[in-house]
Ligand binder design. Sequence first.
Ligand SMILES: [Zn+2]
Length: 91
Amino acid sequence: MPNYPCPQCERVFSRRASLRNHVRSHDSVVDRVLREIADKVEEEVIREQLMEIDASDNEREDANDNEQEDANDDEQEDASDDKREERRYKR
Ligand SMILES: [Zn+2]
């Protein structure tokens, strides 16, 4: 039978989840500080990653999508349509 002894006190738990919950309530102060530090570090890393992703995505998408699609669709369709209609008209 597996035993999970609490490192902070004498209690022993048969389930790891129980020990986890117990330890959490135990050193909530240490846990809170550690979590805050971890959260801050994670937030900063995530923010940096998001900013990098945003910057690269915007530049790439704006340049490719807008110029290529707009230029191709508008100019080609309009130009060919107009020319056809003009030709028909002249003939
Ligand atoms: Zn304990």
